[in-house]
Design a protein around this ligand. Structure first.
Ligand code: FES
Ligand code: FES
Length: 157
């Protein structure tokens, strides 16, 4: 077993984990952060995307022990009890149908906007290319990110 000490959504945790434990497993199974989803487990879909030290990572591709000493933000840590501007924009732009991709899409969007507060459509599509959606056709997702960029001066996590 290995010890992982990590801050998740503003709370410090310290747990013994198997060295092979994936970050997404640790978040969901140990911490109960089930808002972070597993769509493929093979680094393709992006449903498991979280922020680690402010940058988006696919948490099925990161070992829990690699998060030791770092700060992780999940979809459940955005917004401080209210909808984060990106969540609000997804809601208003109808940027989801089944919603399975949505937590990962939103975390990647937050990362994108923190690096580039005013992306054009091409930059949004490139910024979200690691996140797959089987429902929406992406158009309203792009519109939501544009709206979030326009309505919020500060959308970083
Ligand atoms: Fe991690 Fe699909 S579950 S990329
Ligand atoms: Fe269903 Fe994106 S809303 S996969």
């Amino acid at each position: 077993m290995a010890r992982v000490s990590v801050t998740v959504d503003g709370t410090r945790y310290s747990d013994e984990v198997e060295p092979r434990t994936l970050l997404v497993q640790y978040l969901r199974d140990t911490l109960g952060k089930t808002g972070t989803l597993v769509g493929c487990d093979t680094t393709n879909c992006g449903a498991c995307t979280v922020l680690m030290d402010g940058r988006s990572v696919k948490s099925c591709t990161v070992l829990a022990v690699q998060a030791d000493g770092h700060e992780v933000t999940t979809i459940e840590g955005l917004g401080n009890g209210e909808l984060h501007p990106v969540q609000q924009a997804f809601h208003e732009c109808h940027a989801l149908q089944c919603g399975y991709c949505t937590p990962g899409m939103i975390m990647s969007s937050v990362d994108l906007l923190s690096r580039n507060p005013h992306p054009d459509e091409q930059q949004i599509r490139e910024g979200l290319e690691g996140n797959l959606c089987r429902c929406t056709g992406y158009q309203n997702i792009v519109a939501a990110v544009r709206q979030a960029a326009e309505t919020s001066a500060e959308v970083g996590a």
